[in-house]
Design a protein around this ligand. Structure first.
Ligand SMILES: [Zn+2]
Length: 346
């Protein structure tokens, strides 16, 4: 069984890259009783330490890092125009096509706004509707009547997140930020158990803007290996022209193991550990199409003298948009696979 209440809290939380405090507080609240130490580093990464079971003082134990990023893609207010409309920049990989006519929340006070879209009968004659508007042509409308009015509620530098509420659709969940609150959720669950090795659980920051938190997360503790838990894009929506390529990975077909992406060649021993564990225990799983995307593994495996790393991800349709879908079964199977695999680590 998965804790839907906690997934709801995590995915509804405000956590655009560089503004992960709300997510960090939820994580801290849920892990405090299950770990031995918590620290927050200069970049905002929360790193929790859980001592090995039966650890004798001074005995050298294997150090295993579990990592997931707390941040999500979003926007940032850059200026307020004379009429009170907000101009914005993108934070992380947001496709301009998903911006139009979306509800957003602005700043710490979560001021509601919408990204306006001109009505089709105003633009069809000029053919404007056939082009994708760059984000610099769009504005956020918070209903302010003037620049001064908007300034009472919003300032340049305020973060903006999509206004999406978690929904349970039975087999499928809808939310924003499954990438990577699912990874955060899974680590919170895994920390409920004690293992015969030391655990360093890193909840990292600023992954979506270039794996920045992950770059320093492993430096101090020098783990012997790292498991990076992620949300990854599913490709199983209808795309007739690219059908063959679009099917991998699919929702409900199991957690996804990375062999290689743009940021890392995963450690072959750890890939084998995950695939063998899945096969032996008949846990459905998928292999990520090589060469796509990048994760914190890209930085963590290069930390200090190098850290053997592997990525296990839960597929999510429409990733990096306000309407992501993930399968409850995939989350359950991801957790099952991680628990069984960790029990084989020496
Ligand atoms: Zn991610």
């Amino acid at each position: 069984m998965i804790d839907l209440k906690l997934i709801e809290q995590l995915t509804n939380a405000f956590g655009v890259s560089g503004c992960e405090g709300e997510v960090r507080n939820i994580v801290r609240k849920h892990i405090t009783k299950n770990v031995d130490q918590i620290r927050v580093d200069a970049l905002g990464n929360l790193i929790a330490y859980k001592k090995a079971s039966g650890a004798k003082p001074g005995a050298k134990k294997t150090k295993v890092m579990l990592a997931a990023h707390m941040d999500e893609v979003g926007l940032m207010v850059t200026s307020i125009d004379k009429s009170g409309f907000l101009q914005f920049d993108k934070v992380g990989g947001v496709d301009n096509r998903v911006l139009l006519a979306k509800k957003v929340l602005v700043g710490k006070d979560k001021i509601p706004g919408v990204i306006g879209s001109k009505a089709i009968h105003l633009i069809a004659r000029k053919g404007e509707h056939k082009k994708v508007s760059p984000h610099s042509d769009l504005s956020i409308d918070i209903g302010a009547t003037s620049q001064e009015d908007a300034q009472k509620f919003v300032s340049p530098g305020d973060y903006v997140m999509f206004d999406t509420k978690f929904e349970d659709w039975g087999k499928t969940l809808k939310a924003k930020a499954f990438d990577d609150r699912i990874g955060c959720y899974m680590i919170i669950e895994l920390l409920k158990e004690r293992y015969p090795f030391d655990i360093y659980a890193a909840f990292t920051t600023q992954e979506e803007v270039g794996l920045r938190g992950g770059r320093v997360a492993a430096y101090k503790d020098e783990p012997d290996m790292a498991f990076i838990l992620e949300g990854t894009g599913a490709g199983d929506m209808p795309q007739p022209k690219e059908r063959d390529e679009s099917l991998v990975p699919g929702l409900g077909l199991g957690p996804v193991i990375t062999i290689m992406d743009r940021s890392v060649f995963c450690d072959q021993g750890l890939v084998k550990l995950l695939t063998d564990t899945a096969k032996t225990n008949r846990i459905p799983h998928q292999i990520k199409r090589p060469g796509i995307g990048g994760t914190d593994a890209g930085r963590i495996h290069l930390s200090k003298g190098g850290v053997p790393s592997v990525v296990l991800a839960i597929p999510s349709r429409y990733i990096h948009s306000p309407v992501c879908l993930s399968s409850k079964k995939d989350i359950e199977n991801g957790l099952k696979l991680m628990r069984l695999a960790l029990n084989k680590v020496k």
